[in-house]
Design a protein around this ligand. Structure first.
Ligand code: SAM
Length: 245
């Protein structure tokens, strides 16, 4: 059944009105008609099943017959702190991490990251990443859209992590074996992990993370591309103690 994203939907007498891009998509792209069944999700975990009741020029009204919790979220709350990647790599990473059930993505700039221009470029990129997360959630059937945080500096990013989380920084030069780290922290359901830029972390950055409470972790002897490391780590987490497989 096609799915549409409506944040904070308002329902009156079982009727839910959809406007904007989603209405245009229903009418002009998918050419759905009165009587067709659709699902609306609010991005926070609720889904509304219904049939198209009325089609206007700029809106579509749905008669809702079932409201439920999405039920497709992982028991893990995973935050991926990702050093900004070049070009479209960041877009692809956000899409794939959403499919793999990440709760939050926190892009940051470190000493060897590709720099991003001024305020308006950052804002534009942030909006684009949010749209990608929404589209990926729609496509994979998630009811919760991962939160995409605005771009931060490295130290600022470290400070957003909470001491209740399992805090890991992935470093190819040194670190505990992931298997061992996961065995030792079986009770933790909140995980905050950091992946460096293509140029890697500096020694000082790793030291700063350790002082903040992060543990260095290795994914083995081969050096993975940053996006491979993120998706590989997320897949292992979701398989080991999340909802993958
Ligand atoms: N510039 C570094 C080098 O050539 O030595 C490699 C950086 S790597 C392409 C990008 C990021 O992926 C790293 O900062 C790290 O967070 C993660 N990463 C890649 N391979 C890893 C491994 N074997 N263990 C842990 N982290 C890894």
């Amino acid at each position: 059944m096609p799915r549409f994203y409506v944040p904070a939907p308002i329902i009156e007498n079982d009727l839910l009105k959809i406007g904007g891009n989603e209405a245009r998509h229903i009418r002009r792209v998918l050419r759905l008609k009165t009587g067709d069944e659709i699902i609306v999700f609010d991005g926070l975990g609720k889904e509304y099943e219904g049939v198209i009741d009325e089609e206007g020029s700029f809106s579509v009204v749905i008669k809702v017959h079932n409201i439920s919790a999405s039920g497709k979220e992982s028991p893990l709350e995973v935050t991926l702190a990702q050093s900004l990647l070049k070009g479209e790599k960041m877009d692809t990473l956000i899409q794939k991490a959403t499919e793999l059930g990440v709760k939050e993505i926190l892009p940051f700039l470190s000493s060897r990251s590709v720099p991003l221009l001024g305020k308006s470029a950052r804002l534009k990129r942030h909006r684009r990443w949010e749209r990608i997360a929404i589209e990926a959630s729609k496509q994979c059937g998630r009811g919760v859209v991962p939160k995409i945080e605005p771009l931060r500096d490295y130290s600022e990013m470290l400070q957003t992590s909470s001491s209740g989380s399992l805090r890991l920084i992935l470093w190819e030069k040194e670190g505990a074996k992931l298997k061992k780290v996961l065995e030792r922290s079986i009770e933790k359901t909140k995980i905050f992990f950091i992946i460096g830029p293509e140029g890697g972390f500096s020694q000082e950055e790793v030291e700063e993370a350790k002082k903040t409470g992060f543990t260095t972790v290795s994914l083995g002897k081969r050096i993975l591309r940053a996006e491979t490391a993120s998706l590989c780590f997320l897949s292992i987490l979701q398989y080991d103690r999340g909802d993958l497989g």
